[in-house]
Design a protein around this ligand. Structure first.
Ligand code: 16G
Ligand code: ZN
Length: 530
């Protein structure tokens, strides 16, 4: 490798300013966009080194997802579409923080430490969202890749799930799908139309849908796909990113989930399903207003239980014996866990917050569904599971054939709002359910999620998939005492706190049988934390 160009650009164009320390967190680097140009340049370099190390295409997505429009960020995607291996997060942090004059030495040390063949070609697949800052940061990332001789595959302005899809397709020679943005849209739309068929005699399901694009790239992608879905889905788009609406502002999946309220910019029409995606379209949340105008949320837990229940049904009907499981996090509503495990008989596991942890646990099953309550999730099929489903289909098993199309409509490479939405629509139509019917399957326990500002969030550490605190030592016993008190002992109450992986706060979650009790519990646990 030749470091001349890297040296020159670091000295001239991409000088590190300020004495800020950057940390590669749960979702990569994420902060105010103005501070990120140098970080993006250096992550271009890191992606090249990672590509050489893995001897494969590596992905780089420039986005700050559901965060405000003034933020931005970058995540590195490994060859099979997973988040970059945890061991390399530290390398990313070292490169991001190296002094300008130390950068080349830091890269050389990394090459040596990981025993990397410098002659190995490197290819980085780059995507970005619609944020105003994404163009400049994209230029910096590409400059970083090229400075150390890497090649760039441009995806343009794309959703995060498309970037993951493109990385996987590039690395498996196209067997997952055609490695283009059009290939992605076509794969999903074709599978969806096949599953929906034509007509049918639904009395409860209606194909009308309101789509809240969060004024971001999800809106743009839906504009591209909606015409090809039109035969089975009548989508009316709002917050599509073309007007002057602000990204994620009072709309989108994160806003709807956290405020538990109807998205701005979408007409309040009773009984119509509204689908909200987040700023990079890897999360999806459904909601509706009933005839009294009351708001109802159908979040990631609700989607997960719908999908897992449906897959269980298909497997039973197809008489294919495969191990199906659902992975949730501590945030999953207790009622959803009870419903899927107790009523539908699907085993449930609990993982730490963050896609990489859920993804990892889902791999323990032949078919692993994973979802965070915030609407991020997907389904993973093992190679063996796909093989037995395809064999059954080839032998004329029509339910197995349907399962093959279900596999095709799912984006296994990462949680994907649009793919998840299409699958939900397939299931609702097949069950002939209205959104009210879906919502009636179980009743969420009232819950409250709050942020507590503390001097140092790292004093709180957790275990048991973040459901119990280890330090400070007195905290968990105090929470347990509270839960045993007469106020909460018989109220189906549950509470936990964990340090955020993306913000300088501690999060407190509480649920209980009534709104008042959930609020009271969350206040009391917050006081214990503070
Ligand atoms: C990141 C995670 C998301 C998680 C959130 C929690 C990825 C790609 N994203 O956005 O899954 O729900 O962090 O944030 O892993 P918190 O730690 O601040 O609560
Ligand atoms: Zn996102």
């Amino acid at each position: 490798m030749d470091f001349q160009s890297l040296e020159k650009l670091t000295a001239e164009k991409y000088k590190k300013h300020a004495s800020r320390t950057f940390n590669y967190g749960t979702a990569g680097f994420r902060t105010k966009a103005d501070d990120l140009e140098t970080v993006l340049f250096r992550m271009g370099v890191l992606a090249v080194v990672r590509s050489k190390a893995m001897k494969a295409h590596i992905g780089m997505m420039i986005t700050a997802s559901h965060n405000p429009a003034c933020d931005n960020g970058v995540k590195i995607v490994d060859p099979r579409g997973e988040m970059m291996a945890v061991a390399w997060e530290e390398h990313a942090t070292v490169l991001a923080n190296a002094e300008d004059l130390q950068l080349v030495a830091a890269v050389q040390q990394l090459l040596q430490q990981e025993n990397i063949n410098q002659q190995q070609p490197a290819i980085v697949v780059v995507g970005r969202d619609t944020r105003p800052s994404s163009d400049v940061l994209h230029a910096a990332a590409v400059a970083g890749v090229r400075a150390v001789g890497g090649q760039v595959v441009e995806c343009g302005v794309v959703t995060t799930p498309i970037l993951h899809y493109r990385v996987v397709c590039a690395n498996d020679g196209g067997s997952y799908g055609t490695p283009t943005n059009e290939g992605y849209s076509k794969k999903l739309a074709d599978a969806f139309l096949k599953l929906q068929g034509t007509g049918g005699s639904q009395s409860r399901y209606s194909s009308g849908l309101q789509f809240d694009g969060a004024n971001g790239v999800g809106g743009c992608q839906m504009s591209i796909m909606a015409p090809s879905l039109a035969a089975a889905l009548t989508i009316t788009q709002y917050n599509d990113g073309k007007g002057d609406g602000v990204l994620n502002y009072k709309c989108g999946a994160d806003h709807v989930k956290t405020t538990q309220s109807w998205p701005g910019g979408v007409p309040a029409t009773a009984g119509t399903r509204c689908v909200s995606v987040d700023g990079d379209a890897d999360r999806v949340i459904y909601s509706f207003l009933d005839s009294n105008g009351a708001f109802h949320l159908l979040d990631g837990d609700r989607i997960a239980t719908l999908i897992a229940g449906y897959l269980k049904q298909l497997l039973t009907r197809a008489q294919v014996s495969l191990k199906l499981g659902l992975i949730q996090t501590a945030y999953a509503n207790g009622a959803s866990t009870q419903y899927i495990n107790g009523t539908l008989g699907v085993p449930v596991g609990c993982a730490k917050t963050g896609v990489k942890f859920l993804h990892h646990m889902a791999l323990d099953y032949d078919i692993g569904v994973y979802f965070e309550a915030n609407g991020h999730g997907t389904v993973l099929f093992s190679d063996a599971a796909k093989k037995s489903i395809r064999e059954a289909a080839a032998a004329g098993n029509s339910v197995a054939e349907r399962l093959c199309s279900v596999i095709d409509v799912i984006n296994e490479t990462v949680g994907d709002a649009i793919s998840d939405m299409l699958l939900v629509e397939v299931i609702l139509k097949e069950q002939d359910w209205s959104v009210e019917d879906w919502n009636k399957q179980y009743t969420d326990l009232p819950n409250r999620l709050v942020k507590v500002l503390v001097a140092d969030r790292s004093v709180i550490s957790t275990t048991n998939a973040e459901r119990s605190c280890v330090t400070p030592a007195a905290l968990q016993p105090a929470i347990d005492n509270l839960l045993r008190s007469t106020e909460f002992a018989t109220a189906n109450a549950r509470a936990f706190c964990r340090p955020s992986g993306t913000e300088d706060v501690v999060r407190v979650y509480a649920e209980a049988s009534t709104r008042e009790l959930a609020d009271s519990l969350s206040t009391k646990v917050s006081q214990l934390v503070f």
